[in-house]
Design a binder for this molecule. Structure first.
Ligand SMILES: Nc1ncnc2c1ncn2[C@@H]1O[C@H](COP(=O)(O)OP(=O)(O)OP(=O)(O)O)[C@@H](O)[C@H]1O
Ligand SMILES: [Mg+2]
Length: 379
């Protein structure tokens, strides 16, 4: 079934087969004559084409109209969410040099679970069980990663494991997370009115509201502004188990990124105090990554221990994904997620709460354990 209503399907006839194909997760249109798709993490060029720039522009305009938005010379960028959750971003010429440029991330009804991530090889079963335990213990978790690396998917999986009795407040720019629990309140930001420029409601304002609405946990879909400081305060003040995602390349980078975001606001809190707050709020960071072979994997799961005497964040890997080879036929990386021989500081919580998670699951496999370092697996 198409992600678009019948009213605009006519305009989209040139890409109908791509919209209808459930294996296509993303459609990328670089002007009327060049259309690429992503299937299972790999990008392919398709023979599909729009007749000309005007036809493509009409299609994009009709999509914008269907969600009460405008895309034209004065508003040459469109960032919209369709009623079914699919996401569309478009940029018009002359900014877009190859013609109207569009990316459509299709909404998949089938949300992935821990089991799927383990089956895809993007998480080991031990790591999945560990994350599950962290969610149950109410650890603060930040999912970090680059664009399209699987952060929202991971946050969704983690959120689904939150005990059903807890009151959960979810805040997003555009509703994307689908966490089915008994007691969920979902908030979405609002952009300012395009004509009058008023009426905006930001993530930060919604976090402030959430704090007054008796949350057990707060989830911020994507932390990318000065709401970072509020989330850190939430995490430090009795709403442990809160979560969010952030754009960063490593767990320690995620802390630094949050620091930068905190400082973006008109905060009067000094920088070193913010650093201390972040260091104490951060507990687990899940690093998602899209590798060159197209695979999305959990690259690291780390614990943040605080800051050292030089003011640097101290992170210790608990699990990490290690590449051990490459399949010559498919080009896919071969590898596995291994324990890093580090037992998290809260292991005793795991024991006293009687979670069946043996200490030896943190140990690396025999092939990797050499003088405490990870070596390459013998071919
Ligand atoms: N582990 C995985 N294995 C395979 N596909 C995945 C995995 N995780 C996510 N995906 C797919 O990758 C695409 C992007 O995922 P997602 O939206 O979670 O990324 P993101 O990091 O939140 O992206 P953005 O930075 O744009 O918000 C989706 O189509 C999703 O279904
Ligand atoms: Mg996302």
């Amino acid at each position: 079934m198409s992600v678009f209503s019948d009213a605009i399907s006519n305009f989209l006839a040139p890409i109908k087969n791509l919209l209808d194909d459930d294996s296509v997760t993303e459609i990328m249109i670089n002007g009327p004559k060049e259309i690429f798709v992503e299937i299972k993490g790999q990008v392919y060029k398709t023979p599909n084409q729009f007749e000309d720039e005007a036809t493509l522009l009409s299609a994009v305009r009709s999509i914008a109209q269907s969600v009460n938005r405008i895309i034209d010379g004065d508003n040459p960028r469109l960032d919209a969410r369709l009623p079914n959750g699919s996401r569309i971003h478009a940029v018009l010429p002359p900014m877009a040099k190859c013609g109207t440029t569009v990316a459509i991330r299709k909404f998949s009804k089938e949300k992935l679970s821990f089991k799927d991530l383990v089956n895809f090889g993007s998480l080991s079963s031990a790591a999945a069980r560990f994350l599950d335990v962290c969610v149950h213990l109410g650890k603060n978790i930040i999912v970090s990663g680059g664009t399209g690396s699987g952060k929202t998917t991971m946050l969704n999986v983690l959120g689904t494991r939150i005990p059903k009795t807890e009151r959960l407040i979810i805040i997003e720019d555009a509703v994307e997370l689908q966490i089915h629990a008994e007691h969920v309140v979902q908030f979405e930001t609002r952009k300012p009115d395009e004509m009058r420029g008023i009426g905006e409601v930001s993530i930060r304002e919604l976090v402030l509201s959430a704090m007054r609405l008796r949350p057990d946990r707060i989830i911020v879909g994507e932390v990318r502004g000065d709401e970072a400081l509020d989330l850190i305060q939430v995490m430090n003040t009795g709403h442990s188990g809160s979560m969010g995602t952030v754009h960063a390349n490593s767990p320690v980078d995620a802390c630094t990124r949050l620091e930068t975001l905190c400082l973006m606001g008109d905060t009067k809190v000094p920088a070193d105090a913010i650093r201390k707050m972040i260091a104490s709020a951060m507990q687990i960071i899940v690093q998602c990554s899209r590798y060159h072979d197209g695979g999305r994997r959990t690259a690291q799961i780390s614990e943040i221990l605080g800051i050292d005497e030089h003011g640097r964040y101290i992170g210790r890997d608990i699990f990490k994904w290690v590449q051990t080879g490459r399949d010559e036929a498919t080009g896919k990386y071969i590898g596995e997620m291994i324990g890093c021989n580090y037992v998290p500081t809260f292991y005793n919580d795991i024991v006293v709460n009687k979670f069946p998670f043996q200490k030896n699951l943190f140990a690396p496999p025999e092939w990797a354990a050499e003088n405490g370092t990870v070596k390459k697996k013998a071919a």
